[in-house]
Design a binder for this molecule. Structure first.
Ligand code: NAD
Length: 469
């Protein structure tokens, strides 16, 4: 469904009127198209004398073909960059700001005490007005739970408040994330930085992401434009909406996609499967036979590399008015089915080593919503499943993560009454709904063989919705 207010606000006279009336002014978001560079513009790097990730960052930016600049606070970035053979320069002159940049990256891993937080003020105060539209800001820290002192854990945890506030302040469709990088996990950072710095992450903002040591072998794709080349991927609920976009984006990234949906959706399922040169699998995943049927299908393929649990339903009513079967069907399809399928696939060796499981939750599962006790319970359960399964699956070399979409323009949200739909669209830092592609791009990052250090994460794709923030 098209967003007519966005079209109006970005037209010449509509733009003037929204300015005059002080109305929200969404920008047309930049979205990734095949063949684009990761970052279209320079990356400005900041940090402290004890920033630990500079050599790794220099290698990654070199691999991305990026151009970087050093903030005056971090002159030693020049040395790290030169050592990696990376093009770099100095930003600004004495107290004067330098050129506009597409991204800011601040390595805060060296902060061990709140008294050192002034370095953050200096960097972001100097640079906040110098970020181009649809720019990216990343703060890199250490997971507070693994810090060796209370003071270090305190200042590292404090980075969350900075990140979420910057994401609200910077406007111009600039997104801001905090990435906690575990000690010794710097080699697992590249796929995450490529995602977060690029237009692929256009509707992801104010997220806290944890990158740890790889759960299996370290993998660098032969071609970063096709990281899923040769991978067998199952996408449930693929005949329309977000599931169809996941199938399309995964095929673009090189995957061999098996598109699953209910038998009643066979025609549109066949269309999507042929568009992505994949296969259609008509099946009701809620049926008792589904887990074993999927095990057989996966084993016949020699095992699957990725499963995306996207299929989901809503049956909204307040709890007092809700019929029993509304409750049961939502919990079964959205949650219990995912549990049964994961167990069956793992127990029967139907997922290959290094496999990726990506689940679709919802911000309703994080914030709760009127009329959605069943749906929110199921989607919060998905979060619980991901967090509790991650350490067990790591033993099999498998990662599991979830995305939690906010308001995404699909048939599901087109059915929402007008006033609620408008509120859902505007009540976020980007003042608009996301597209199915935005969820799909996020899932592709989590499904990448290069994302072996990312497990147990729940990443919201919601433009920093105020719901549950
Ligand atoms: P949609 O209704 O357009 O698509 C869901 C698909 O799942 C449909 O094709 C449907 O046939 C399929 N499906 C349902 N039950 C199935 C079953 N038993 N077996 C096989 N397939 C089944 O929904 P969407 O908006 O594309 O949402 C996709 C996922 O994203 C869902 O899990 C949804 O809860 C979640 N989500 C969506 C939004 C949003 O704004 N659209 C927000 C948060 C979360």
């Amino acid at each position: 469904m098209s967003d007519s207010y966005l079209n109006f606000a970005t037209s010449p006279w509509g733009g003037k009127l929204t300015d005059t009336l002080g109305l929200p002014k969404p920008l047309v978001l930049e979205r990734y198209e095949a063949g684009q560079p990761v970052v279209r513009g320079s990356i400005l790097v900041g940090g402290t004398t004890d920033s630990a990730l500079l050599p790794a960052l220099a290698q990654i930016f070199k691999s991305m073909g990026a151009h970087t600049l050093a903030h005056r606070q971090l002159p030693h970035w020049m040395g790290a960059a030169n050592h990696a053979g990376l093009m770099t320069g100095r930003w600004g002159h004495e107290d004067q700001p330098g050129e506009k940049v597409k991204a800011l990256v601040f390595d805060a891993t060296g902060l061990t005490d709140s008294t050192q937080a002034h370095a953050l003020y200096q960097f972001f105060h100097d640079t906040a007005r110098s970020i181009l539209s649809c720019g990216r800001v990343l703060v890199l820290g250490r997971p507070p739970e693994s810090c060796s002192t209370v003071r270090q854990a305190t200042v590292q945890r404090a980075l969350e408040g900075l990140t979420r506030s910057l994401a609200k302040e910077l406007k111009k469709a600039i997104t801001v994330q905090l990435v906690y990088v575990a000690e010794q996990a710097q080699d697992e950072l590249e796929s995450t930085l490529r995602f977060l710095l690029s237009p692929r992450s256009t509707y992801v903002s104010a997220q806290v992401i944890r990158v740890g040591q790889v759960v299996d072998t370290h993998t660098i794709p032969a071609d970063w434009a096709q990281p899923l080349a040769g991978k067998k991927v199952l996408v449930t609920g693929a005949s329309r909406g977000i599931g169809a976009a996941i199938a399309q984006v995964m095929a673009r990234e090189g995957a061999d996609v098996i598109c699953l949906d209910v038998p009643q959706a066979q025609d549109s399922l066949n269309d999507i499967a042929s568009q992505v040169a994949g296969r259609a699998l008509a099946m009701d995943i809620g049926s008792p036979e589904a887990p074993q049927a999927l095990v057989q299908a996966a084993l016949a393929d020699g095992g699957w590399d990725v499963i995306v649990h996207n299929a989901g339903i809503t049956r909204d009513k307040t709890i007092a008015n809700m019929k029993e079967h509304f409750w049961d069907s939502v919990i079964n399809i959205n949650l219990s089915t995912q549990e049964r399928i994961n167990e069956a696939l793992v127990d029967n060796g139907a997922l290959r080593r290094g496999a990726r499981i990506v689940c679709v939750s919802s911000i309703s599962g994080i914030a709760g919503n009127v009329g959605q006790t069943n749906y929110a319970l199921s989607k919060a359960g998905v979060v619980g499943m991901v967090q509790s399964l991650a350490p067990h699956l790591a033993k099999h070399g498998i990662t599991i993560n979830a995305v939690a979409p906010g308001f995404i323009e699909t048939a599901m949200t087109a059915a929402v009454p007008f006033a609620m739909r408008e509120a859902g669209r505007r009540m976020n830092s980007l003042s608009q709904g996301g597209l199915p592609q935005d969820v799909a791009e996020t899932i592709c990052w989590l499904a990448s063989p290069a994302s072996g250090g990312v497990t147990g994460n729940v990443v919201r794709v919601c433009g920093q919705s105020i719901m549950g923030a």
